[in-house]
Design a protein around this ligand. Structure first.
Ligand SMILES: [Zn+2]
Length: 463
């Protein structure tokens, strides 16, 4: 009976940590402070085991009833689905009322992609402006359970901002390792305001990841990168929230940006568990879109190989996904293959234009998020997705996450970074296909009327 004893009690039944390598399959308790399998070095999954009397109709009804509750556990769009989480029902939680993000109808983006319709799930509407908050609430809650004193992450910016905020809420010391000069000012500003120790490293994100694994050997430190299985657990609840918002109608396709690939892994796990529990009867096809200069996962899809080859010097203006050695690629691969989805990459120009189109919806997003709409345009053009299919794109970050990028695009001063390509600066300039630069006018009524007329003329016939 040793098998069942390792399962620790949760709201749904029980859960344990398990190595994802089927050849190993080592199993561990939830409160063992692990990041990778000590036997083989593989990634760890949290595996849930539902109680025998779990009824999908009861779960749906409970989750719906919680929408009318003011209890902080119910107000959170993550903890509302606590039956899916590896925590006991009475766990004290660290929450900022994360989740609860809107599902927007996006006709302008749909027309741009030549789709009949498109909905955008905007994870940038979380408390710190990115999808990371849904995983940070569970990871920092776990840090308290493990009695950590310090939480640490390496980050391209969004993880740092999110961890800094949740650590502050939990009164934990927070250390952020960021590649110097390579994250957006907006994200840096957040981490500073939330009181984190921001340590700028000489090197890129992948170097920061390497150092951090060494740090994690210290018992008082808890590592909160996407390798952490408890972050994936919080992030997977987005699948439940998305489906509940759609009255449990499963979309044909869900498209996500790909950086470290924790988000695609989490969504895939979320949909799969909901199917296993009988809440849905099929999986949406999950597809991942990367930036062309940082696309090791998309390259893996186009190749014969089944092992990801890291990229040593990833290049993209979308700093959130400027990652050459994504730690969660095996989990993401499993999720994409199981759902029948795909992976692809888009150019800097395609991403920049798609971002401006999403802006014209009155929605907006950070550059990495726009890979989704740019990728959809390709997938429809190549016939992988039919124009009448039901598609959801996940936007991962708020437009205010990278204001420098937006302003430069609209002033046509956005340059790609591929200095090694031998291109001149002018050749590296991105075209402001949908640019909307500010105009300087005299402070008179006539000048303003003329300015409006000119603006209308210049933008007539656009998206
Ligand atoms: Zn293992």
């Amino acid at each position: 009976m040793i098998e069942t004893e390792r399962f620790q009690k949760t709201a749904l039944g029980g859960a344990e940590q398990r190595c994802i390598d089927p050849a190993c399959g080592a199993r561990f308790g939830l409160n063992e402070r692990l990041y990778v399998c000590p036997s083989c070095g593989g990634l760890l999954d949290v595996v849930l085991k539902a109680a025998n009397d779990t009824d999908p109709r009861t779960l749906r009804a409970v989750w719906t009833s919680r929408l009318a509750s003011f209890d902080p556990h119910d107000r959170s769009g993550v903890w509302r689905y606590r039956e899916l989480l590896p925590f006991a029902g009475d766990t004290p939680i660290v929450t900022l009322a994360e989740g609860n993000t809107p599902l927007y109808d996006a006709p302008v983006s749909a027309a741009y992609c030549e789709l009949d319709g498109l909905t955008l799930k905007h994870q940038g509407c979380n408390p710190t402006g990115s999808f990371k908050d849904t995983g940070m609430t569970t990871a920092v809650t776990q840090a308290l359970i493990l009695r950590a004193r310090t939480v640490v992450c390496a980050s391209t910016g969004n993880t740092a901002a999110s961890l800094a905020a949740y650590a502050a809420r939990a009164h934990l010391q927070c250390a952020i390792l960021v590649p110097r000069g390579q994250i957006s000012h907006n994200k840096l500003a957040q981490s500073l305001d939330y009181g984190a120790a921001v340590l700028e490293l000489d090197g890129n994100f992948d170097d920061a990841m390497r150092v951090i694994r060494e740090l994690a050997e210290d018992e008082s430190i808890y590592l909160v990168n996407s390798i952490n299985p408890f972050r994936i657990e919080g992030q997977k609840t987005v699948a439940a929230e998305l489906l509940q918002q759609r009255d449990w109608r499963v979309p044909d396709h869900v498209v996500v940006p790909g950086g470290n690939l924790g988000n695609s892994s989490a969504l895939g796990k979320g949909f799969k568990e909901l199917k296993d529990l009988g809440l849905i009867d099929r999986l949406p096809r999950l597809s991942v879109v990367q930036a062309e200069g940082a696309a090791p996962f998309a390259s893996l899809f186009g190749s014969e190989s089944d092992v990801l080859t890291p990229i040593e010097h990833p290049q993209t203006l979308a700093t959130a996904i400027k990652i050459g050695a994504p730690v969660s690629w095996q989990k993401a691969l499993r999720a994409v293959l199981e759902s029948g989805g795909t992976a692809l990459s888009v150019s800097e120009q395609e991403m920049a234009d798609a971002k401006a189109v999403i802006g014209r919806e009155g929605i907006g997003c950070e550059p990495a998020s726009a890979t989704t709409v740019a990728g959809l345009k390709q997938l429809v053009a190549s016939g992988v997705i039919r124009s009448d299919e039901d598609v959801v794109a996940v936007l991962t970050g708020h437009i205010l996450k990278d204001t420098d990028y937006a302003i430069k695009y609209h002033q046509e001063e956005l340059y790609t970074h591929d200095r090694t390509s031998g291109k001149t600066k002018e050749e590296r300039r991105l075209t402001g296909t949908y640019s909307n630069p500010p105009a300087r006018v005299k402070a008179t009524k006539a000048a303003i009327v003329e300015g409006l007329r000119r603006h209308e003329q210049e933008h007539s016939g656009e998206a």
